[in-house]
Write a protein that binds this ligand. Structure first.
Ligand code: SF4
Length: 182
């Protein structure tokens, strides 16, 4: 079994609750959506089996992995998750929320909701804010944390004002872009 891996790299989490935390990012290639504002180049890939992915990740000192994309739920499976869990890793996922997830083996679920999202519970909901109504993100959803992130960093003042007006939300900035790291 091989997975289409766009890149594996070591960095700091730049967004949301774990901002500043060293993690190994496993970026899967491919997504089921084509958001107009997508800033991730995930199309190219290398086929890697589970052991090769683990070997690559284990070069780095952090024992915390984030599965991202593209859309990781299109490929991520229990066999890969279990392999990392058995090696003592904490496992995060960043998903667009268009698939239901079994949180088995996952320690942290971040949903960045896009069109037709169905995954309404998890650890953090991270909404790209462009002035839209936020009711659909809070009605009937269950997350520990709700984050608003300015779209492409261009409407920071508007996003700050919204968070101050509705304090169930917190501001998330793309810290990695602000400090110029991957
Ligand atoms: S869901 Fe995420 S990765 Fe997929 S197209 Fe939209 S922004 Fe890009």
């Amino acid at each position: 079994m091989s997975y289409k891996i766009n890149e594996i790299f070591y960095s700091l989490q730049g967004e949301g609750h774990f901002v500043g935390t060293p993690m190994v990012f496993i970026r899967f290639s491919g997504c089921n959506l084509k958001c107009s504002y997508c800033d991730t180049s995930h199309e190219t890939f290398e086929l890697m089996d589970r052991e090769t992915i683990l070997d690559t990740v284990s070069q780095y000192p952090a024992k915390r992995v984030v599965f991202t994309g593209g859309e990781p739920t299109l490929q991520l499976d229990d066999l890969l998750l279990r392999l990392f869990t058995e090696q003592g890793y904490k496992l995060h996922i960043e998903t667009n929320g268009t698939s239901q997830l079994t949180p088995r083996y996952l320690d942290w679920v971040t949903v960045s909701p896009k069109e037709n999202w169905v995954l309404k519970k998890g650890d953090e909901l991270k909404v790209i804010y462009s002035g839209q109504s936020l009711d659909k993100y809070t009605d009937g959803t269950q997350f520990k944390y709700y984050y608003l992130q300015p779209q492409s960093g261009s409407n920071i003042a508007e996003t700050v004002a919204k968070v101050k007006a509705d304090p169930m939300w917190k501001l998330s900035l793309q810290m990695h872009k602000l400090i110029g790291i991957d």
